[in-house]
Design a protein around this ligand. Structure first.
Ligand SMILES: [Zn+2]
Length: 116
């Protein structure tokens, strides 16, 4: 993850297809994050004009593990959905890069310079 201390505003999702659409059809502010099951996708893009990069974080056993990063901006909705299904099936769970600080996730009353 490039932006290790960037606080993300987390939107919870249940549907893989809906999440794939949100990720590929909308350019989100840099502080946007999504949660599906026990995985977080955190926007790690350098700017809203650059290809949208997301870091994948797996919440397991009380810790947050950074396991993968993906350039969603280059994917079709179908390939993003395929990626998400593989992620949910645990394909990346053994790629552990580092433990993340839980303070980077916010679910309510979020405000920062990136979304102001
Ligand atoms: Zn923000």
């Amino acid at each position: 993850m490039l932006h290790k201390n960037r606080v993300r505003n987390i939107k919870c999702m249940n549907d893989v297809n809906e999440l794939a659409k949100e990720l590929t059809q909308i350019t989100w502010v840099g502080c946007q994050g999504f949660k599906i099951k026990n995985y977080y996708l955190l926007n790690d893009s350098t700017s809203e004009d650059s290809a949208q990069e997301y870091t994948i974080v797996w919440a397991t056993k009380g810790v947050l593990l950074e396991i993968e990063s993906v350039t969603i901006g280059w994917m079709s909705t179908d390939s993003a959905e395929k990626f998400l299904r593989e992620m949910l099936n645990g394909k990346y769970n053994n790629h552990i890069y580092r433990v993340c600080n839980k303070k980077i996730l916010e679910t309510e009353n979020h405000k920062c310079a990136l979304c102001a």
